[in-house]
Write a protein that binds this ligand. Structure first.
Ligand code: SAH
Length: 200
């Protein structure tokens, strides 16, 4: 998977090493384990999916992490991307709204002895005010707009990566870089994600 799917997306050695180190099959339900190292998204229950590895690699490379950052992830899902983030940043806070997925992600991360991640059950569209500001924010579910709390909780010069749905149902990956009060955004291609559900 690393040779065929990850190296074609990024030449960042830290990202390539993280993919080589984190065993994706542990984050996939038993019945899909044979497919764990294919470049595919797979069902993880509750109508949700573990993201496609090459897309995760692309999103991680847009964040340009150096290893010192405090990162917020919205949508832990299986916890796979969270585990990769744990290798690339100093501290990771991840929010998941489905309690059973949050619990399962926590259990797999613990089993892998990953200690720089905090899993929080809740609505990630609100961010995590008491741990802000974040150097980077990554959202694994698509939304019609970038939730305001996430922009507010982003550090100056911080980066956010989020899939955005447009009126005709299309989805585009967006990179936002904060400069003072302004968020400069860049379109990074078409993607497909589960929807970001807001409780408000
Ligand atoms: N990167 C994850 C992707 C999981 S799919 C993985 O590879 O496993 C996206 C996840 O976002 C789902 O688990 C869904 O429950 C969660 N989600 C959707 N809306 C959310 C919200 N408002 N707050 C927190 N999590 C949310």
């Amino acid at each position: 998977m690393v040779q065929n799917s990850i190296k074609s997306v990024t030449d960042d050695h830290k990202i390539i090493r993280a993919f080589a180190q984190i065993p994706r099959h542990l984050f996939v339900p038993k019945e899909y384990r044979a497919l764990a190292y294919q470049d595919e998204s797979l069902p993880i229950g509750f109508g949700q999916t573990i993201s496609q590895p090459s897309l995760v690699a692309e999103m991680l490379s847009l964040l340009q992490l150096t290893g010192t950052e405090k990162v917020l992830e919205v949508g832990a899902g299986s916890g796979y991307q969270t585990a990769l983030l744990s290798q690339l940043a100093n501290k990771v806070y991840t929010i998941e709204r489905i309690p059973k997925l949050a619990k399962r992600a926590y259990q797999v991360l613990s089993k892998l002895h990953i200690t720089n991640v905090i899993v929080i059950e809740g609505d990630g569209t609100l961010g995590l005010e008491n741990k802000a500001p974040f150097d980077a924010i990554i959202v694994a579910a698509s939304s019609p707009h970038i939730p305001r709390p996430l922009v507010d909780q982003l550090q100056n010069q911080g980066r956010i990566v989020i899939p955005i749905t447009d009126e005709d149902g299309g989805e585009k990956l967006k990179l936002g870089v904060k400069n003072g009060k302004t968020l400069h955004t860049l379109n990074c291609g078409a993607v497909r994600f589960v929807p970001l559900v807001t409780e408000q």
